[in-house]
Design a protein around this ligand. Structure first.
Ligand SMILES: [Ca+2]
Ligand SMILES: [Ca+2]
Ligand SMILES: [Ca+2]
Length: 200
C-alpha cells in the first residue's frame, strides 16, 4: 500500500513540474508567418507555455483578403496532448487603435478559404482579452492538427504575442499510463494469488 502511495505521489510530482516557456516563433527572428490560408506555417509545441511573437495589419506584408498581413500557423498535438489556454500576452498598435483583431481556427493543416464557413470558430481580441480559448473554441483542443488565422484589416499595424498552454508532455502521459498499468497488473496478480489459495 505504501509503495502504491509513493508511486502515485511520484507521478503527481512529475505532472506538476512547471515546463519552461518557449518562444516557438518570433517574426523578428523567424520571419513573417504564412499569409497563405491553405498553407499555414507548422509550429512545433512542447508541454507548457508556447509563445508566438508577431505583427499583422498594414505592415507591407500580404495574405489577408484586403492585402493586409494575415498570419496563418498550425500546431500538431500528439496522443494525449491538448491546448488548455491561449493567452493574449501583448497587443500594441500604431498609428491608431484598431479596437479588436480577428483570430480564427479550424481542424486540419490549413484553411479551405477565408470565409465564415472555412473556420470552426473565431474570436475578436485585444490587450484586454486574456485567455481567448473558451470564446474561440468553447474549450480545450485535443489530439490532432489545428490551424490558426490572425488578421487585422484596418490601416493599423498590430504587434501581438500569444501563448499556447499545452498539457501534458507525451513522455509524462506515457509514464502515467505505465504506472497505472503496473498497478493494474499487480492487482490482477494479487487477486489470482488469492484465488489459487482457495482453489487447490
Ligand atoms: Ca505577420
Ligand atoms: Ca503573414
Ligand atoms: Ca480591427
Amino acid at each position: 500500500m505504501a509503495r502504491r502511495f509513493s508511486l502515485a505521489l511520484a507521478l503527481v510530482s512529475l505532472l506538476s513540474i512547471p515546463a519552461q516557456a518557449v518562444v516557438i516563433h518570433d517574426e523578428g527572428i523567424d520571419g513573417d508567418l504564412s499569409g497563405v490560408f491553405a498553407t499555414p506555417d507548422p509550429l512545433a509545441v512542447a508541454a507548457g507555455a508556447n509563445t508566438i511573437v508577431a505583427e499583422m495589419g498594414a505592415n507591407g506584408e500580404t495574405g489577408a483578403t484586403n492585402g493586409n498581413d494575415a498570419d496563418y500557423f498550425s500546431i500538431v498535438l500528439g496522443a494525449g496532448q491538448s491546448i488548455t489556454a491561449i493567452n493574449v500576452d501583448a497587443y500594441t498598435f500604431s498609428p491608431g487603435d484598431p479596437n479588436v483583431s480577428f483570430f480564427g481556427y479550424t481542424s486540419g493543416s490549413g484553411f479551405s478559404g477565408q470565409g465564415g464557413g472555412d473556420i470552426d470558430g473565431n474570436v475578436l481580441f485585444n490587450a484586454a482579452s486574456g485567455n481567448v480559448l473558451p470564446l474561440l473554441a468553447g474549450g480545450p483542443l485535443g489530439t490532432g492538427t489545428w490551424s490558426f488565422w490572425v488578421q487585422e484589416t484596418s490601416a493599423n499595424v498590430v504587434d501581438y504575442q500569444l501563448t499556447f498552454t499545452v498539457v501534458p508532455e507525451p513522455s509524462t502521459a506515457a509514464l502515467l499510463m505505465l504506472g497505472l498499468g503496473g498497478l493494474a497488473i499487480r492487482r490482477v496478480r494479487s487477486s489470482r494469488g488469492r484465488r489459487s489459495v482457495i482453489r487447490p
